[in-house]
Design a protein around this ligand. Sequence first.
Ligand SMILES: C[S@@+](CC[C@H](N)C(=O)[O-])C[C@H]1O[C@@H](n2cnc3c(N)ncnc32)[C@H](O)[C@@H]1O
Length: 303
Amino acid sequence: MEGPTGHVPVLLREVVGLLAPAGRRVIVDCTVGLGGHSEALLSQAGGQSRLIGLDVDEANLVLARSRLNPFGDRVRLFQANFTELPEVLAQAGVDRVDALLADLGVASTQLDDPERGLSFLADGPLDMRMDPRRTTTAADLVNRLGEAELADLIYNFSDERFSRRIARAIVEARRSGPFRRTGQLATVVAGAYPRAVWATRTGVHPATRTFQALRIAVNEELACLDTLLALIPEVLAVGGRAGVISFHSLEDRRVKRAFADLAASGQAEGLTKKPLTAGDEERQTNPRSRSAKLRGIERRNPT
Ligand SMILES: C[S@@+](CC[C@H](N)C(=O)[O-])C[C@H]1O[C@@H](n2cnc3c(N)ncnc32)[C@H](O)[C@@H]1O
């Protein structure tokens, strides 16, 4: 199910199977994006259900709004961070959620737009903010952080083993002027990579991990995820289900631990002993799906 501008939702069948939307009154899509998952959930849910969708990205909300238009007033969309979920629910007049989805990370529309500065493949401003209301850009971090701080950021948010060499090369390069463009940064990072290593890494650009780390830092993605994971048991109705799709181990580790803690305390039951992942066909047709992991829980009454 391809969206209006080519973002293909990952693990669509698995999400619908896990959240079992039929008959659920209130569905929340914390990362509505282009509305692919929302559309599938609403189609299965039945006329009594409504969907509340959140996204920080106004441009994606415009696309989602047009895609979800056929569902009329069953849909309400908010430009909000999912850390603001309680405020959004209050505004929508809802106190309990019956199904909740978070599909983390970036949408293809964001990656493919050079003006967002998220991709090393197309030159653009070194920005990386998914939420234009944020004030710190990737250029701010790259130009202002000290060498050790920069190396730690790159290592901690991407496990990049050449983080120290990369940070040194960045600090050296910015002596002749600040970084402003993604292309500039990608070139410097590639130059810092040992040639022998680059030759053995087929198909993976040396700047991949550095760009991921900066994106996570600019958007405070891990802190936002921790807040969401703490909110899930507060907003979910007993019998309600939540699913989170993560795209790298830093995220998946957090989801796994939070859901295991809820199960251990009797507040929820795990629905996925192992995370659900894409099958061969989806992996071939949608490369984004290759790293996707879906975990789920059902809210229980603690005894
Ligand atoms: C992978 S896309 C979601 C795609 C969507 N499931 C679909 O089917 O089209 C992730 C979306 O989450 C949004 N996003 C990322 N972090 C967010 C946050 N903390 N709060 C709200 N939205 C966020 C991004 O702007 C992006 O549109």
